[in-house]
Design a protein around this ligand. Sequence first.
Ligand SMILES: Cc1cc2nc3c(=O)[nH]c(=O)nc-3n(C[C@H](O)[C@H](O)[C@H](O)COP(=O)(O)OP(=O)(O)OC[C@H]3O[C@@H](n4cnc5c(N)ncnc54)[C@H](O)[C@@H]3O)c2cc1C
Ligand code: FES
Length: 279
Amino acid sequence: MYKIVAKKELAPKIKLFEVYAPEIAEKAKPGQFIILIIDEKGERIPLTIAGYDRKKGTVTFVFNEVGKTTKQLGLLKEGDSITNITGPLGNPSEIKNFGNVLCIGGGVMIAPMLLQVKALREVGNAVTTVIGARIKDLLFFEEEMKALSHKFYVATDDGSKGYKGLGFLKEFIEKDRFDRCIAMGPVVMMKTVCEITKPFGIPTIVTLTPIMVDGMGMCGVCRVTVGGQMKFACVDGPEFDGHLVDFDGLINRQRMFLPEERLSSLLWEKLGGCGCGGK
Ligand SMILES: Cc1cc2nc3c(=O)[nH]c(=O)nc-3n(C[C@H](O)[C@H](O)[C@H](O)COP(=O)(O)OP(=O)(O)OC[C@H]3O[C@@H](n4cnc5c(N)ncnc54)[C@H](O)[C@@H]3O)c2cc1C
Ligand code: FES
């Protein structure tokens, strides 16, 4: 059992959990993820490690309540326990002095991007950060990210804060010479970033989040196409060269179980799992 030692709501439906898991905290590195199972009947869901404290023995992750399991997870309180957490899984991010790095974190993935930015700064990179969300109310970690970045920008899909969309990046990349770009966020956002950076030849690393089951390279559910080759995001990634990723294939695979996912969430709510008494 893994005890939740701290819980925070960062934005509507976006929650942070710090969980006591010393064996994971000891080995965790930026870019890796965990797979958790809430209770004995729960499904396995992957979440990216957004922080760790080796002294306290805790691991932090941030999640968006999008379906049955993440909504159920959001109901847990400080002091409650999660039945199983496996990790750290996946390959750690490559952290070295690249020079001038552009980091773009979108949606819930702003959280693991903060960990990555910290690590990149520690080894001497100059870091420009962009954080983005659909609307301004869904932004979080603005002050934390600003404090770590040489330059800091905000973008929202509807323009309610900062730049409207990511179109501004093109002009801005033309002025600054970036040695590397790292993008973490919704697939569509990462695809847009890659389309912008490719003509400039800026190596761009993306974190792929296909549906996963075992997270250990055995089931094949997380397969993605990168550079025309089939890769398993869990063991070959989750980070890949964004200019080689077949994003449209990934988007189609992510939508594969949409009717089942909707039904599962609906049934759970109807049966009162969310605490609403089935209303
Ligand atoms: C390596 C990896 C790291 C991830 N890190 C995070 C994280 O740090 N924080 C976070 O909130 N989520 C993260 N995800 C996505 C998270 O695992 C899913 O949101 C979660 O499994 C949804 O479970 P659910 O039962 O609540 O929703 P479901 O009922 O399974 O799905 C509800 C909705 O979410 C979409 N969805 C399901 N799985 C994914 C997915 N893998 N990626 C994107 N959309 C999905 C579905 O298409 C559907 O629209 C990560 C996924 C992977 C593979
Ligand atoms: S999740 Fe099973 S092979 Fe990657």
